[in-house]
Unconditional design. Structure first.
Ligand code: SAM
Length: 396
């Protein structure tokens, strides 16, 4: 009996007894898919094919390869959806043309090569120490606009598909006048919300390095004056007031106590009678494809951030209730996300949405600042976290 038939038998019985589809052989070989992509990035295969379709012989000569394994490597990339084969020639699939051509405007290959893949290979170490791999390159390079742009492209790539479902899932837009997207990057999602609801004005709250990209975004979508950018650090600066406040794909970057802190800050910024909409890759415990995907995201947070992790819906619900939200409901959003709608009670004296008391809000944010200052002192060594703004989201 060969070793692979032993593995095959083991896989079959594991499937039968556990009742869970366990593609054991596929799993043991799955690193090959990621490595084939990494090798393509290292050799700049996609940059080479950006010039046009090529025969394997041409690729062998251009990339300086031996030839053995070349066709298999190319065909595996076809199966992964990165290449297309037409006759005896290969060309980039559209996604590779857009995101994987070195030097291209939307190139995300460096994030994968230099950050994501090396960090995941160090998973064992991160599990032992609780610390991320290497330095936080995002923070170290935020001064470079090209890197920030790549990051924003990646966020748009991930979040764009959620705009339609979000617009449909929350059906009370007509009641509100203002939307604030906290950690809203350059305003990709917000532009879609404002385009769909012309009566709304919107603000993005994000780190100062996003300002030029947000201005570009507003201009490109004809939203100058309706989409404005508010620069700040949500751990130290007060958030502006708004009827609807959105936070998406951001809480996973921080440990639980910081998520609790942010929920309090977000509550303070929602006008009375308004709502907070949180979308994220929340963990449900289900044995389904979405959970598998979201566990990968959570482990990515382990290896990439200081203290970030996936979190269950119940954790968010409890932070939201403790922060003072009156009602919390949730629903699935797209393939992997959960949308949580947190409603803030109208003020008793009948003030309408849009009339938040700035003085009261300032006081609350002041309390929050004081609280986070104390946490910095008390908890930093325990969680291994730090206060620098960072972002570990690097999923493609
Ligand atoms: C993972 S991205 C999510 C972007 C967007 N909400 C989405 O769903 O695509 C997190 C965002 O939070 C911002 N961010 C990180 N730390 C921050 C901080 N301390 N203050 C304000 N924004 C911060 C990042 O610049 C980034 O735009």
């Amino acid at each position: 009996m060969t070793s692979s038939s032993v593995i095959a038998e083991g896989a079959a019985s594991a499937t039968d007894t556990a009742g869970v589809p366990a593609d054991f052989i596929g799993l043991t070989n799955s690193l090959c898919d990621a490595q084939a992509l990494l090798t393509a990035l290292e050799l700049d295969l996609f940059g080479t094919l950006a010039a046009g379709p090529a025969h394997p012989d041409t690729l062998r000569a251009t990339l300086g390869l031996h030839g053995r394994g070349l066709a298999d490597w190319l065909d595996l990339l076809v199966h992964s959806g990165m290449l297309e084969r037409h006759g005896d020639r290969y060309r980039n699939a559209p996604v590779a043309d857009r995101y994987l051509v070195r030097g291209g405007a939307h190139y995300t290959g460096d994030v994968l090569r230099r950050r994501m893949f090396p960090a995941l290979l160090a998973l064992t170490e991160s599990l032992r120490t609780g610390a991320p791999h290497g330095t936080d390159e995002f923070t170290d390079t935020v001064s470079r606009l090209d890197v920030v742009r790549q990051f924003a492209d990646q966020m748009d790539f991930i979040t764009d598909p959620l705009a339609g479902p979000l617009l449909a899932a929350y059906d009370d837009w007509g009641r509100h006048r203002s939307v604030l997207d906290v950690g809203g990057c350059r305003g990709g999602l917000l532009s879609r919300l404002l385009a769909a609801h012309p009566h709304l004005t919107g603000q993005v709250f994000d780190l100062p390095m996003m300002a030029p990209l947000a201005a570009e975004q507003a201009a490109a979508h004809g939203l100058r004056g309706r989409l404005t950018f508010h620069a700040g650090n949500f751990f130290t600066d007060p958030l502006p007031a708004s009827d609807v406040v959105v936070m998406g794909h951001t809480l996973v970057n921080w440990p639980a106590e910081r998520r609790a802190f942010l929920l309090r800050a977000l509550h303070a910024s929602v006008n009375p009678g308004g709502v907070l909409l949180v979308y994220d890759r929340m963990l449900t415990g289900a044995l389904d494809e979405a959970e598998r995907h979201n566990l990968r995201i959570s482990l990515s947070m382990l290896v990439l951030t200081r203290g970030g992790s996936g979190y269950p819906l119940e954790e968010l619900r409890s932070h939201a209730t403790a922060a003072g939200f009156a009602g919390v409901t949730h629903q699935r959003l797209g393939a992997y996300d959960t949308l949580v709608v947190c409603r803030k009670a109208p003020v008793a004296n009948g003030a309408s949405p849009g009339s938040a008391d700035g003085r009261a809000r300032g006081q609350v944010n002041g309390d929050v600042e004081a609280a986070v200052g104390q946490r910095r002192q008390a908890q930093r060594p325990v969680v291994g976290g730090d206060d620098r703004p960072h972002d570990g989201q690097a999923e493609t």
